[in-house]
Design a protein around this ligand. Sequence first.
Ligand code: GDP
Length: 748
Amino acid sequence: MMSGHFKRANSTVTKPFVSMEPETSHNNSSTPLRLFVDAKKKINEIFGEVASHMKEGQEFIIGIPSELHVVSSDHQEKVNESYNQVQGIREVLARDHMKVAFFGRTSNGKSSVVNAMLRDKVLPTGIGHTTDCFLCVEGSDTTEPYLQVGDSEQKLSVKSVGQIANALSDERICDQSSFVKVCWPKSRCHLLQNDVVFLDSPGIDVEPNLDDWIDKYCMDADVFVLVSNAESTLMRTEKSFFHKVSEKLSKPNIFILNNRWDASANEPEMEAVKKQHLQRDIEFLVDELKVVTRQQAEDRVFFVSAKEALITRIPKPAHTPDSSGPLADGFQARLFAFENFERKFEECISHSAVVTKFEQHAKQGKQIVTSTQDILDEALQASSQKRATCIEKRKDRTDRLEYVTTQLKLLTGECKEKIKDTAEQAETKVSAAMTDEIRKLSLLVDQFDRSFHSDALVVKVYKEELQKHLEAGLGRNLDARCSSAVMHDVHQIQTQMTDGMSALLPDESKEQMGSLLFRRDFDLSYRLDCQHLFADFSENVEFHFSLGFTALMNRFLGPKNTRVAMAGFANAIPRPFPNADVAGATKNEEDMTVAMVTGLASLTSRTSMGLMIVVGIVWKAVGWRVLAVGGGLYSLLYVYERLTWTNKAKEKAFKQQFVQYASEKLKLLVNFTSANLSHQIQQELSGTFSRLCLEVDNSRDTLKKELIQLEAESQKLEAMMSRAKVLRNKAGWLDSELDRYIRTYLQH
Ligand code: GDP
């Protein structure tokens, strides 16, 4: 089956001008295939960057707390999707290669063409159909070739073409539906090194299911080579296959190799035949398939001899006899044509593969990068807006805090002043009312209508009841006169304080202020403890003749001096007002009066002798009748007074004494009561004020906490903004890299 022995047509013919150098010396850097290799390297690099950018972007976007509302969940999903998409593209890109598929009828020389191009006998060739399955040749990084059948990962070791042929002839692995991969060391062939993959097919005259072929093996092919037999014209099967291909793929790159052209070398009508083939092939490509223009078509049709190309390209070991046989006339032209085909093929496949393999991905990459950039832009804008709002809020809160602090200071001074004033006013008011009430005390005492009796026990109870009556009455009167006015003032101040303080509180706290601050149980208490106050009151309801000696003394000397004078008399003289103080007398006046009284007392204490002398003198002067009348009148008056000294009179006297006594005592209580009331008011208002202050302090604390939160949020947003900016700029850079890539590799 193997046809490795060819003879040169003319042994004297020198080496063809085509390079006969082994593959290793092929100038790899000058091949048009570098375009694809470079483009692939570059796009892989770019996508590597895109992937790391997407990873960073994904981490950033997903990491943004949802409560900040900077990115929507849709955007987060989109970034996730894009990241996965990029990973998918990277996998495809890493596998991307240029694929050339060879079709033609059996024995037209497809395998020979592949071998000639690979410059080695990689595929078995022979007469009759050699390949019953699809054979794919691709480069491997191993030093020895191996086979893989179908989807199996198993590597079947092969060392030579013969072994491949043997392996392929093994019925177990090779039927028409099988796919065999020949992995050939890249180091042996520059085409494999440059990522070209060859696909050899069974003859299209053998396999009827063309659709299946195309779907399975041809959709990713960059170039199709129709290997026809130059000895015959294009067959219907060949044409119909390519019609199907061009239906499924838009404008496929098709080359037509009229192989075995060496067989027609000696034909006399060779040129005419060539012209005819050329014309028909061009018509097929241009008019029927409409895949190229007429001008382009001339670079797609070649007349070659794969057999000759292969012979001239396989390096022969030294001292080996030339077994290839003679080459037919004009082989140089055919070799040149083959080389020409290879050059055009390389140009075409690299350009085409760059476009088909990378254009879509570059555009997709651009889309992904742009949409990520948009999302980052939105995140940047949203976080920038949020930050601006945050700063605004922070400023507002700082101003508010400052305002509240200053106002609180002012209000504190103001409120203290008001509290003091109100307390003082209340004190004055109560003091005035109490003085007035004391003045009208007799009215209150007169209103007490309990029956009086001079009996000591009755008097005791009467006194107690009267004290209670006085206490209640006074309390009631003071309450009626002062309480409502004072309470009104207190409430007014409380309202003013509340209003003032409310202005320092946020709206939501204002409403509950009123209810919080007024103590409903607050009531004024006058603290008139009369029972204790009047404890040492002692009444005098004994009969006293108004012209009696003591009464006269009282009238002329006053009660105090009388008492002093009486001290010289018997202890029986009653003391009308114990401890009653007389204000106004100076020390000297007192001394003089005491001297006079003492004199008088000493006078009275002498015997009735003196009195008799006086009576005698008066007797002499006015006569006994006048004395008798005077004495009579005096006695009458005494009797009269004695008779009118009834219980009623005693009650009156008692009440008078009580009023006088109580007035004195209550006067002493005025300051205490009013000060006490003022203290109560001060306490109530201070209590209200401190509760208000507490509310304001709470609100200040809330403001401070809010400020700390806003500061933290603003810092977080700032960090987010700078990260979003970096990522957005990187996306912009990647976008421009992809643009540059498109300009460099795709816009030819
Ligand atoms: P395939 O079935 O299309 O793969 O064809 P092969 O490559 O196996 O070739 C079939 C036969 O044709 C082999 O014996 C080759 O030696 C022979 N052959 C291939 N190419 C040429 C050529 O250009 N000239 C001549 N004379 N014979 C060729």
